[in-house]
Ligand binder design. Structure first.
Ligand code: NAD
Ligand code: DAU
Length: 367
């Protein structure tokens, strides 16, 4: 049976990759994207489906409960996949208010809208699902020898971002236990891949090498993250929607732990190699003198650590593996090369994001 999905935050990094994945795999379904187009939202991410009858874009805020109710009711939405969030830890340290507003109040507003239409009005109620996209950061930090995060690891968020995501996870759970909303939650590790906003480590390093700018390493650079190719996250959510049990949470990860400094050095090496193999790159990126000299690592600069910086994240994916048959399909070796290639081939995308021309265009479009 075909589905009608409401995807919040579908113009952001993971949301857009999910929409492209979904419409590629399920062309008979309809997807309504609701996105406020904050600095992180980008309609260019959805360019491949913008003319498709299967995708409708709605510019709006998840805190606008009447709008969300109308969308669920009128578009006959049966599945809500909730990505919209303020997502950058550093921004949550300097400006936490927006994180509370979108991640906590906004998620609650969505839950109220879903309850009202699906449960109180009994519209499109059959087989309804509210899937909440959360993060491994809610579990806090691990020591070097600690076992990886499981679904029953106690919550211990350390940044305003992760605390706001933890709060939203609890609200989602409560709406099942109190009102009977059909909910599932995924807690995923660090994603990478196309359309990743260049404030985050991997795209920041790629673009800074091309501009010959410093590569800032927080603290000693030995913090560890578990990296997952973004399409594998979309596949995980797909499996949860298909086979996941209501009111369950599933951890999704890459079984791919890397210290930050090692990942930065890896990207430097790949970039040196790309410049050595393709003389056209030096013409296209004349500023990238370190990479042209085969020495991008010279840009590495140790800077002050992030306050409250979590030392290590790692996901134990046993439950998703046993219950859903989930396994990442992309290896890091191929995924990181694909990602680098995507950034080299999509210079206009990241230049527009970085020089503000995309924002100027959006302001003209939507005021
Ligand atoms: P992102 O910052 O790239 O995108 C967020 C999107 O949400 C943007 O399109 C933005 O315009 C939209 N948005 C923000 N506030 C909104 C509002 N009030 N109303 C409507 N839309 C709004 O984020 P991302 O990295 O794609 O993350 C998506 C989700 O996945 C988030 O919930 C995040 O917590 C979670 N997550 C991210 C990662 C990761 O590595 N990036 C890992 C695990 C979980
Ligand atoms: O674990 C999942 C989380 O991964 C998501 O919930 C977040 O939305 C997402 O942003 C990401 O959070 P991180 O803080 O792990 O990602 P970020 O890319 O900001 O940083 C990755 C690591 O690199 C982290 O240890 C901080 C470090 N770092 C980051 C930047 C931007 C640096 O050393 N230098 C930098 O300039």
């Amino acid at each position: 049976m075909s589905k009608v999905l409401l995807v919040t935050g579908g113009a952001g990094f993971i949301g857009a990759n999910f929409v492209l994945y979904w419409l590629g795999k399920y062309p008979q379904d309809r997807v309504v994207v609701l996105d406020a187009l904050t600095y992180a939202g980008n309609l260019d991410n959805l360019a491949a489906v913008k003319d498709s009858d299967a995708m409708t874009f709605v510019h709006g805020d998840i805190c606008d409960q009447p709008l969300v109710e109308a969308l669920i009711r009128d578009q006959k939405v049966d599945t809500l996949v909730h990505f919209a969030a303020e997502s950058h830890v550093d921004r949550s340290i300097t400006g936490p208010d927006a994180f509370i507003e979108t991640n906590v109040i906004g998620t609650h507003s969505l839950l109220k809208a879903a309850k009202k239409v699906w449960l109180d009005e009994e519209a499109n109620v059959e087989g309804h699902r509210f899937h909440h996209v959360s993060t491994d950061e809610v579990y806090g930090t691990l020591g070097p020898e600690d076992p990886a995060f499981r679904e029953d690891t106690p919550y211990a968020p350390n940044s305003p971002y992760s605390a706001s995501k933890a709060a939203s996870d609890h609200l989602v759970r409560a709406y099942h236990h109190t009102y009977g909303l059909n909910v599932t939650t995924s807690n995923c590790s660090n994603n990478y891949g196309p359309f990743h906003f260049p404030e985050k480590l991997i795209p920041l390093v790629i673009t800074n090498i091309l501009f010959d700018r410093a590569l800032p390493i927080y603290g000693d650079g030995k913090q560890i993250r578990d990296w997952l190719y973004v399409e594998d996250h979309a596949r995980g959510i797909d499996l949860i929607l298909e086979k996941g049990r209501i009111d369950e949470t599933y951890n999704i990860g890459g079984i791919n732990e890397w210290a930050n400094i090692d990942i930065v050095k890896l990207i430097c090496g790949l970039m040196n190699e790309a410049f050595a193999n393709d003389s056209g790159l030096a013409e296209r990126f004349p500023e990238a003198s370190a990479a042209q000299a085969g020495n991008a690592e010279s840009l590495i600069t140790y800077v002050k650590d992030r306050p409250g910086h979590d030392r290590r994240y790692a996901i134990d994916p046993t439950k998703a593996n046993n219950e859903l048959g989930y396994q990442p399909a992309e290896t890091f070796e191929t995924g990181i090369r694909r990602t680098l290639q995507w950034y080299l081939e999509n210079e206009s995308w990241w230049r527009a994001v970085m020089d503000g021309s995309y924002r100027q265009w959006i302001e003209k479009q939507y005021g």
